[in-house]
Design a protein around this ligand. Structure first.
Ligand SMILES: [Zn+2]
Length: 355
């Protein structure tokens, strides 16, 4: 279960994140661990920032950004209890303990449902990793998919079974041991950054996916303009819950290293201005006004539209689809390439195939 939206951990809690306490002052030694790079196993890193008593580092060899030291897995799991689920997760979808709105869910996941829709045939099976309340699964089920999810939070998996009424395997994907090549599609939406061992999980996803099967991944983009404007207050920078911070390069490498062929990988030009730990800061109000102006520009509107289509049509060739040819033509234009070098939204979306 990950919190895929706009609520905030310790928002304006009074903790001075500009002068974070040293690691040892917040957590006892047995509750934290120093970890090597998950992509290249290097133990050479550079500390980028300290926050909430933990650190975020960059691997000196491959550039992966990750939390180290971080909380050990049993401590991490404690975070995703009933209080988190009912107090932080459900409000993102405007859901409560007994009900949810299908319209809100369909709207929240419209891009992912569009991408998935291209690969649908009756009888096809979808697995959602870290499915939380099972909302995405419910929307996919209504679109015809035969669905199942995995979830490590007891509160979330109970809700998914009792309220959302979808099939959920409780536990870590690597421990559930699903049959090999048993799913046609796998989704990992706002979950990769929370996993203690993303490479291990991606390899297991590869094992349970059928040949020709599709994997859709959604994760924050470390290169986002939000980080530049919001600085350390950007809520994505939260080593208590976000253990990995991918950019296009490191995400592509992780997916390829796990055996996937990346057929589409895009930064999404969408910003969530309220996703900050310091909502009332000058930086946050400045960023909100910049976003308002940006969103009114034709360039941003166009980029958003073309990239959306580019992901939905990922893998299609230009010869067979004139719309794809037009999208590629626009995206290759100098103005788009130049703009996207700095105009980075909050999320990366990747579409991959198992050959
Ligand atoms: Zn590395």
């Amino acid at each position: 279960m990950a919190r895929p939206g706009s609520s905030c951990l310790r928002e304006d809690s009074g903790e001075d994140i500009g002068r974070s306490p040293e690691v040892s002052e917040v957590y006892s030694r047995e509750k934290i661990e120093i970890v090597p790079c998950n992509l290249c196993q290097s133990e050479q890193w550079k500390t980028i920032l300290a926050k909430f008593g933990l650190s975020i580092v960059r691997c000196r060899r491959c550039g992966l950004v990750y939390a180290s030291p971080r909380l050990i897995e049993s401590e991490l799991r404690k975070r995703y209890g009933a209080a988190y689920f009912f107090g932080e997760y459900l409000p993102v979808f405007r859901a409560d303990a007994f009900s949810y709105s299908l319209d809100v869910i369909k709207d929240h996941y419209s891009l992912h449902l569009s991408i998935l829709g291209k690969y649908f045939l009756p009888g096809k099976r979808l697995l959602d990793i870290g499915c939380g309340a099972g909302f995405f699964l419910k929307a996919a089920e209504l679109a015809g998919w035969s669905v199942a999810g995995t979830e490590t939070s007891e509160a979330a998996s109970d809700y998914a079974r009792a309220v959302t009424k979808v099939k959920v395997f409780y536990g870590k994907l690597e421990e559930i041991r699903l049959a090999p090549e048993s799913f046609d599609a796998v989704t990992m939406l706002d979950i990769l950054e929370h996993l203690p061992d993303p490479m291990g999980t991606l390899k297991e996803v590869h094992r349970v996916l059928k040949k020709g099967g599709i994997l859709i991944v959604n994760t924050p983009d470390y290169q986002s303009l939000s980080r530049v404007f919001l600085g350390k207050g950007w809520a994505v920078l939260s080593p208590v819950e976000h253990l990995f911070y991918f950019n296009e390069k490191t995400l592509r490498r992780a997916l390829e290293q796990a055996g996937f062929r990346v057929i589409g990988l895009r930064n999404l030009l969408i910003f969530i201005p309220e996703y900050t730990h310091r909502r009332r800061s000058i930086r946050a109000s400045l960023w909100r006004s910049v976003i308002k102006r940006l969103e009114k520009t034709r360039l941003v509107e166009d980029i958003h539209r073309y990239e959306h289509f580019d992901l939905v049509f990922a893998g299609d060739d230009e010869a067979s689809n004139p719309l794809v040819a037009e999208i590629h033509h626009k995206l290759k234009k100098r103005i788009y390439r130049k703009a996207k070098a700095w105009l980075r939204g909050d999320h990366l979306v990747a579409v991959c195939q198992k050959d």
